[in-house]
Design a protein. Sequence first.
Length: 78
Amino acid sequence: MSGIDNQVEQVLETIRPYLHADGGDVELVEISDAMDVTLRLTGACSTCSMSEMTMTAGIEESLCRAIPNIGRITALKD
């Protein structure tokens, strides 16, 4: 795992307890050379109507704050 992978995983670890509480999770799929991050929402998060808000207000905001040079962040659903 590269340094940026570790940074992303560290941020995701701070968010996971909240996702787990609602039966969901997030996993890192890929980080491109352009620093674009692809995540996968799993469990309850993959079907939740609030998943877009979770992505934008929770995950994306946390990643951008912790890793300022990060690119675009997208999420796949199960």
